[in-house]
Design a protein around this ligand. Sequence first.
Ligand code: ME8
Length: 506
Amino acid sequence: MKPTFYVTTPIYYVNDVPHIGHAYTTVAADVLARYKRLMGFDVYFLTGSDEHGQKVEKAATTAGETPLELADRVVKRFQALWERLGISHNDFIRTTQERHKKGVTQIFTDILEKGDIYLGEYEDWYCTPCETFWTETQLIEGRCPDCNRPVEKLKEESYFFRMSKYQEQLLAHIDANPDFIQPKSKRNEIISFVKEGLRDLSVSRTTFSWGIPVPGNEKHIIYVWFDALTNYITALGYPDETGNYGRYWPVDVHLIGKDILRFHAVYWPTFLMAAGLPLPKKVFAHGWWTVEGQKMSKSLQNVVEPNMLIDKYGVDAVRYFLLREVPFGLDGDFSHTALVQRINSDLANDIGNLLSRSTAMAVKYFDGVLPAPAELTEMDTALKTRTVEMISSVDRLMDEMAFSKALQAIWEVISAGNKYIDDAAPWTLAKDPAQRERLETVMYCLLESQRMVHSILSAFMPTTAAKALCSLGWKEEISRDSLVWGELSAGTTITKAEALFPRIEG
Ligand code: ME8
């Protein structure tokens, strides 16, 4: 049986249209899912939409729609974008689906019956855009400490989750599982936050109606974060433990932005502890994108629309840029200049040129029939070793979610390939019939190295890799077994590759 791998993205709010921030998490999860599939894992990749709560209700009122009409309309924009971006999710959960409501009601009931959810009264400051309650002392100059917007005082009867009870158990879990929260700096932030003391958490609202009612007390609506976080198990069919839930839970990694780490690393694990369910193996919080040095916001009108980027630069260039430009886990800045620079240098120049030059030579010198290599010289062995070692480095780096470093490791092989052509000078060898065997070996090494490069790149840039592998005559499935030197057979038909990435002028 194949080992399983379960990866999730946040479920995105439908009161906003998709932007580059949403695309970022989803592309990262897709690359990981594709990579793990390639490595022989039985992967389950989940994304979806967060459709309940006051925020969505308010947006719908403003738009003159019902919340469900709004959700139906906006969710299509997410789904269409994921299709254009080549996202290979296995499932898309909407929190308005029956399967989700059923699972949320069940887990809420379980915790209620256990006594870890109780009815009490709440009075605190509430930030509607963040759907978060704050205490007086947490406010910064009377405003929300996260988004700096005004907050309102709310007093209501509310169900509470006994989060305080799980403080020590959570700290012990974080301590015993150093990889549970990543990156490390974020882990430390969470530890300090938990050590300051966990308060019981309000998990129901009576001030609006768009959500899942508390079982047995329907004037209460289940808190949107309790509802949303549970998606990670309801999508697997929870509470039915026999199917996907039994197979894929606990999740291997929840990929999220740093803005929602506390919900995933404190609230969610304690809910699961109370319900007696296993905890996620890893929660990885990536950084935030600014745009041309500024925070991305509707009011600044600088929201970067992924569809526009795809129209202009192509899907794989966008995927590549997002994961290459910024180390996963750190904040980064988006700019068109940086994107164009990456396209021209890394894509058009390094990888595109290497493939078109080498396939053109195979056609010219060998009529497109891949020759068999003779004995490898030192320089051939160096290229081979670099390529083979890159495969294991990438494997390690992908486990660390170090996408940018993984791409760097791949690009080192591409640069080595470009240097290898210059050093081996096939055009000189071609002039001398006595060097025919040498030329055969050089061409083989060059093309085989790129076959391995493009095989592994298929996780990052599936369309480009497919084109490249087609001109390299590779028709087999890509797998761990094929990521081995020497799999490309002599006699394979090589065709001249068109430019993979046109240069962008200006
Ligand atoms: O928080 N840079 O949904 P959301 C990088 N529904 N990533 C960004 C970003 C930016 N500037 N802006 C957004 C929610 N993101 C909840 C989640 S999960 C159970 C519920 C990404 O639509 C990042 O992944 O506000 C962030 O965590 C997510 O979008 C928030 O999406």
